[in-house]
Design a protein around this ligand. Structure first.
Ligand code: FES
Ligand code: FES
Length: 163
């Protein structure tokens, strides 16, 4: 049996029929072709699947799509909706060398956004705490922490992504 839901992703509203067992991650990646959101562990441990739902970061692999009816979702694609101008967080990640394989990057950047929108000048401890649910096997984290701090210095209210 399928359930009709309506959800808004990066400002666009979609009406979908989903199975009760389908995750938000599956719907984003397979139904909406928004493959920027990654699937890593599938069990809530790695943060690769992080998206923002109604202003809070969630693991899309553990979130049922049917529960997303009426919700506002931001994925990494929504950070740079035009595809031309990058979000300050994305610019800082590139400039600070905080991306290697890139698999963790979408989730990291959304966790960073979630932090910076409430605390634009976080210290290292606060940054590390905010990304504690996001695993990176490449960078050793220091460059990611530097990038998030730099992004906080650059972000202005008008530079925020659509929520
Ligand atoms: S894929 Fe969701 S937390 Fe790892
Ligand atoms: S850049 Fe490869 S996992 Fe983080």
């Amino acid at each position: 049996m399928k359930y009709d839901i309506s959800l808004t992703v990066n400002g666009d509203t979609y009406n979908l029929a989903v199975e009760a067992w389908q995750t938000l991650n599956e719907v984003l990646r397979e139904d909406l072709n928004l493959t920027g959101t990654k699937l890593g562990c599938g069990s809530g441990d790695c943060g690769a699947c992080t998206v923002i739902v109604d202003g809070k970061s969630v693991s899309s692999c553990l979130t049922l799509a049917v529960e997303m009816d009426g919700r506002q979702i931001l994925t990494v694609e929504g950070l740079a909706p035009s595809g031309e101008t990058l979000h300050p967080i994305q610019e800082a990640f590139i400039e600070k060398g905080a991306i290697q394989c890139g698999f963790c990057t979408p989730g990291m950047e959304l966790s960073a956004l979630n932090l910076l929108e409430t605390n634009p000048r976080p210290n290292d401890t606060q940054i590390r705490s905010a990304i504690s649910g996001n695993l990176c096997r490449c960078t050793g984290y220091n460059k990611i922490v530097d990038a998030i701090a730099e992004a906080g210095r650059r972000m202005k209210p008008q530079s925020k992504a659509r929520r």
